[in-house]
Design a protein around this ligand. Sequence first.
Ligand code: ADP
Ligand code: MG
Length: 681
Amino acid sequence: MTRNTPITALRGVGEKRAELYKKIGINTVGDLLFHFPRRYIDYSQPVPIDTAPLGEHAVVKAMVIKKNGAARIRQGLVLYKIFAEDESGGRFTIVFYNNRFASDALHEGEEYYFSGKVSGNLTRREMNSPTVIKASEKDLLRPVYPLTEGLTTAMVTANISEILNRAEDDVFTDTLPDRIRLEYSLSTLEYALRNIHFPKDEYSADTAKKRLAFDELLSLQLGMMMIKNHNRTEKGCRMDIRKADMDRLYSSLPFELTNAQKRAAADIIKDMCGIYPMNRLVQGDVGSGKTAVAAAAAYFAAANGYRTALMAPTEILASQHYKTLSEMLGPLGVGVCLITGSMTKKQRAAAAERLTQDDCFVAVGTHALISESTVFSNLGLVITDEQHRFGVDQRAALAVKGDSPHRLVMSATPIPRTLALIFYGDLDISILNELPKGRQRIETFAVTSKLRERALGFVKKQLDEGRQGYIVCPMIEEGDSEIASAKSYVEGLKKTVLADKRTGLLHGKMTAAEKDRIMTSFKDHELDLLVATTVVEVGVDVPNATVIVIENADRFGLSQLHQLRGRVGRGKFQSYCVLIAGSVTEESRKRLEIMTKTSDGFEISEFDLKMRGAGDFFGSRQHGLPDLKIADIAADRELLAASRRAAAELLGESPDLSGFPLLRAETEELFSRCSNAAEAL
Ligand code: ADP
Ligand code: MG
């Protein structure tokens, strides 16, 4: 039996069961072998049924004393009742629905372990559809598998056990060179595969898990690093540091750059003077001054005779960048033009014409527009702003296209450095870990909904003083209409102290043009208050806005709250953030308290990650990385660092992994669902 043997070669797997396996992505023996348990049940410590708390999981050792026959409750529902007694004399009922197979496996007078949720009442306890093993069994740590309807743990266990018995040696051929395996104290692959399914004890389960998680993290990093290397197969537009007088730019700015900004600019300039195209991420908290860094990069490119395209996710952000960059670069003779979708044909043509002029070095626009207008000659640098949802797959797509301008990505989503190394493993990273001097802290309060009226009163006071504010509406329940609930929230405000304020509404179902129109009138202070669902555009700069109220704050991730809070505190006025919690649990109280205590995005994201785990933190599947089965990027930090070292070592020896074909295959397999990324491997 090899890894490619079809699953139907196993005993008991006919067409029907093969269909069920297929549903969970299992077609071959190898697939099933790598279908890992979600957790284990430990049968070694059974409890007396009478002491098992109602409503909770328990393991009980008991003898079957009587079995009722099948009882047809109604069409399609057959009930099997079995009575059992444990060693302490406690009696209970076992119930199976429509599962004759499970009922038949139990015999009167024999002893078993039962694992399941205890229900019933104080005098008569019940266990519904427990998992069962014979009391004579010696392996008491049993796997629990992700299943699908119709497939049971018993079936999967039996099938895997057969694989482990009948597997030919090459099923277990180790993918890791012994040297690496020993260096990082890892078990063999064979040990790991046997013990992940049927561990002798907790230690062997952990050892197995460590090895398999290492493999997965290793493949992930090998892939990311190989994509990075792929980017180095192109030639970049090589620039010359002597051609630019950066001090001329720096001394013309209305502020002195922070040290972090200077470092990032130096990294960028160094990259652009190299022979390969730059692929760099500038990661910095809201307000850390990424735009000035972008300006420095564009200025440097212009001095070298190259043009820059700056792409923003929305029109409003594009206009904002256009204004800022024109102010910074215009006086130095570096022309900037703007191309947006809302322009008339005539304006577009004029912008395109402007682009051909000798002094126009920077085009600012939305993604679609800029990529469409490749008429842009001498393009040396592409900057993308606020790409926090830009996965490796999309980045790889750009790289595979074979354009070779330097690329700079700016992200305002702080993530812990160790994780940034993974998520952006294909990029080099500069971190802006310092805010410009003299920034005021945004005073943040966490309150319950009882204090909503006072919070709104506080907003009114700010607006009366000529400031502006945001309210992020309550999150809607699934099924509710976002528009309806946002509209009724705005209606509701008419019965409050904010009744006579000029109020606008922004929600996710609006078209880009509608959103831009509302944002623009807010920016121009034609509105005092902006009520928004979570779509308040990241990065929009309205310095006159000084207060933000966030409803249902307990339901947001901390990093998202931090982003939302960053909408205020952008001008010279003291700013405020009020977090209104719908319900208050101990955990949500703790989380919101962090927000009131710190304004450091990296600290917040670290805390958030610890509390929520990687899945929730990045939003499952939205992080743009291949799916991991067993490794937890947030929890396995040490393993992550170890696998990173190992990946660098292996690629140092064999840059395309041709020296390690098994690892190469594993890496390709992991990335196979990210098509662009796979192509770049
Ligand atoms: P973000 O990193 O969120 O994109 P911006 O580039 O929009 O930040 O900058 C936020 C504000 O800080 C802008 O008003 C900008 O002019 C200002 N700023 C940027 N760098 C500095 C600095 N070194 N000193 C003072 N103010 C700065
Ligand atoms: Mg910005």
